[in-house]
Design a protein around this ligand. Structure first.
Ligand code: CA
Length: 716
């Protein structure tokens, strides 16, 4: 080879590595020059061409299309058995971990519970910096679904995080020091942020949660450089006696009745926000109504736009473009917040630009993303609230009594947990399949006897006593047997299941699919596993010591492929559903980042010792009426953290075991706020001393009931 030729080859190689696409994955932080390589140097052009540098995972769903498919195949169905732990990183929290990490040029950025941010060397796990936004623990009482966070976004040297208490913070990607911070909510209302921000065209877009707490949903865009708000789009109309924010809000208001705005209306955008560079549109997934029960929220019915809809907006202005409403007149907590996947697929021989969506309501939708028209829809698991979707109108065909009009509770599938929740699904363009973490958990819906719109806190407009787990052993067994989970490979063109893997219960992990013919998924019972993407054959499993719920990612450093997942059991399922959550396996929370590679030799430390406590409650002496009243109050104010019918899923104190049942400290905590620093706020505004006494009587009653049940089991 001539010197000139050799020189050209070297230049070409250098260009290929450094040139057109910036500094791609194989050049890790440890060998890059910090003076010349700007960390997290990501922009629209780079994310749009993410497939040119598959070694990086630069945005929430890797690409703007959020397919969570990786073209990497160094790890594949032939060699995955050799996948071992490369490193792990322990976290200082014991709440649920839901974040998808971002990996750029050898650095991993992710969040933990309580909205903390970490930057680690992606090859070694060495911490580069961490940031704690110091969320006041007492703000957690405003969160329906644990103090979780689903990740950061990065853009031109900054890392963005939305905090549980409603702030959007921009950090310097090199140091973790805040550059700007803005409050995105009115703290008079009980908003929380758990979702990951997205960045497109220089704007950071963020929504919030709180539809269980009587808020009005919206999504806002902020200038990535300055933090100045660029636009805000409300998802439901406000008080019609005041000017509407936009013409579309005036139109939306015609689909509501009564005085909905006094209850906020709901419609929070707590997870999915996706930018479509092909059509220059932004799609948002809108949440459930506040309160759930439409007869209370909007008494004369109506579609209640834009609840449970996908709405397309202009990313520059937040202007409305189109919407598709999946659940008109929503009344089951059926959010459309679940991850939105963009794909270009052939349907009946015609190339279509589509959205693939598996929202809580149990139907899989294929939607034309140019105009929001429904292409097809089919139930992807057990659904009883509707018998199908009418393709002429795009509306569901509701089942008899789905709107729980009668006095008797109506069992409906899916329940508020959803047939699919925030755990991200993935779509492999190679197999043409969508890999969905599916769950089957019904709910007994009944209108409450008493309800006031003004007291929406922890009041969903349904009878939570009727919905509580019955203690009759036969009924209880029937309910527990019906609760299931599965990993489903779904053909979105044929609208049918191709393969499925059964799980003992719900709340399994998000999925990642790769060109190595693999699908990765964590399980609620404490494993991280790989399956063949085409057949569903299990080819690898790792004992993770804790439930794994978050979406896995894959990336390369120095040409070596890594697979990473954030582990740590928690979220709404173990927080709220009590005994039902044990179906998935009685794991504890051990929060850590787990990272694997072929030949990885690291091992986890032994599991910490855990001694099962014995129940020794004070005797149940209260009269039946007091216990009944205590049950009503417990289900309304306490169950959303301490668990349905006073059985904790293990994230917070199980009150049946509490020493305070026997003494005055109970009131100091419930009314005096003595454990405010641990997140247990005072309920003195909501509850009188007599109420607190009734709740204590109920917990004592339940503790004795559980102790008796344990004795019976012990004898068997
Ligand atoms: Ca909800």
């Amino acid at each position: 080879m001539s010197r000139l030729k050799a020189c050209i080859v070297v230049i070409a190689l250098t260009l290929a590595v450094y040139g057109v696409y910036g500094s791609p994955g194989p050049h890790a932080a440890q060998d890059a020059n910090p003076k010349t390589t700007k960390p997290a140097d990501v922009d629209s052009a780079r994310i749009t061409r993410a497939d040119k540098e598959p070694g990086n995972w630069m945005s929430h769903g890797r690409t703007y299309s959020e397919q969570r498919f990786s073209p990497l195949k160094e790890v594949n169905d032939k060699n995955v058995a050799g996948l071992g732990l490369a490193w792990y990183y322990d976290l200082d929290t014991n709440r649920g971990q839901e974040a998808t990490p971002i990996v750029v040029d050898g650095v991993m950025y992710f969040t933990s519970a309580w909205s903390k941010v970490f930057a680690l060397n992606a090859a070694t796990g060495k911490q580069l910096w961490s940031y704690d936004p110091k969320v006041p623990p007492e703000w957690a009482v405003n969160a329906c679904c644990d103090a979780v966070n689903r990740g950061v976004a990065v853009w031109k040297g900054k890392v963005f995080v939305g905090t549980l208490d409603g702030r959007l913070v921009a950090l310097d990607a090199a140091t973790g020091k805040p550059v700007w911070e803005t409050l995105t909510i009115d703290r008079k209302h009980r908003y929380t942020i758990t979702g990951a921000p997205r960045v497109a065209k220089g704007k950071v877009i963020i929504g919030n949660g709180g539809a269980e707490m009587g808020v009005r949903g919206y999504v806002s865009a902020y200038d990535a450089e300055t933090g100045k708000m660029a636009w805000r789009f409300y998802t439901v109309p406000g008080d019609p006696s005041k000017p509407f924010e936009s013409p579309i809000m005036e139109k939306a208001a015609r689909t509501w009745t009564g005085e909905w705005w006094t209850g906020g209306g709901g419609g929070t955008v707590w997870d999915s926000i996706v930018y479509d560079p092909d059509l220059d549109l932004l799609y948002i997934g809108v949440g459930n109504g506040a309160p759930w029960n439409q007869r209370i929220r909007s008494p004369k019915g109506g579609d209640n736009l834009f609840l449970s809809s996908i709405v397309a907006l202009r990313p520059d202005t937040g202007e409305y473009v189109w919407h598709y409403q999946e659940t008109p007149g929503e009344m089951w907590d059926y959010t459309a917040c679940q991850q939105i996947i963009l794909a270009d697929i052939a349907i009946e021989g015609k190339a279509r630009k589509v959205i693939l969506h598996a929202p809580k309501n149990g139907f899989f939708y294929v939607i034309d993303r140019t105009d929001g028209a429904l292409i097809s829809a089919a139930a992807y698991t057990q659904v009883t609230w509707a018998t199908g979707i009418d393709m002429k109108t795009g509306r569901p065909i509701e089942a008899e009594n789905a709107r729980y009009k009668d006095d008797a509770p109506v069992p409906i599938l899916p329940g508020p947990l959803g047939a699919h929740s925030w755990q991200p699904m993935s779509y492999s363009p190679l197999t043409g399949l969508v890999y969905i973490p599916v769950q089957d958990a019904g709910f007994l819906y009944k209108s409450p006897d008493d309800f006031q719109m003004k007291n929406l806190a922890s009041n969903y407009g349904v009878d939570l006593v009727a919905a509580g787990m019955p203690q009759d052993p036969a009924i209880k067994k029937f309910i527990l047997d019906s609760v299931k989970g599965s990993l489903v490979a779904w053909d979105p063109v044929g609208q049918k299941q191709v393969w499925t893997v059964s799980r003992p219960g719900p709340w399994n992990g998000g999925t990642l699919s790769t060109a190595g013919n693999l699908v990765f998924e964590g399980t609620a019972s404490g494993h991280f596993e790989a399956y063949r993407a085409d057949t569903g054959e299990r080819v690898w499993s790792f004992a993770a010591q804790t439930g794994v719920m978050a979406g896995p990612v894959t990336y390369t450093v120095d040409g070596e492929q890594y697979v990473a997942v954030l582990a740590g059991w928690g979220g709404v399922f173990p927080l709220v559903t009590g005994e039902v959550s044990f179906k998935s396996g009685r794991v504890r929370n051990i929060s850590r980042m787990l990272v694997f590679k072929i030949g990885g030799k690291a091992s986890l430390p032994p599991m910490p010792e855990f001694a099962e406590q014995a129940l020794s409650p004070p005797p149940a002496t209260a009269d039946e009426a007091t216990v009944k009243n205590g049950e009503r109050l417990f289900q309304r104010y306490c169950a959303s953290c301490h668990g349905d019918v006073a059985v904790s899923g293990g994230l917070v104190t199980d009150l049946r075991y509490s020493k305070t049942l026997a003494n005055e400290q109970w009131f100091g905590i419930v009314l005096g706020g003595n454990l405010k620093k641990l997140g247990m706020v005072s309920f003195s505004k909501e509850l009188s001393r007599k109420d607190a006494e009734a709740i204590r009587a109920y917990v004592i009653f339940r503790a004795n009931q559980s102790a008796d049940e344990a004795k019976v089991k012990g004898k068997k």
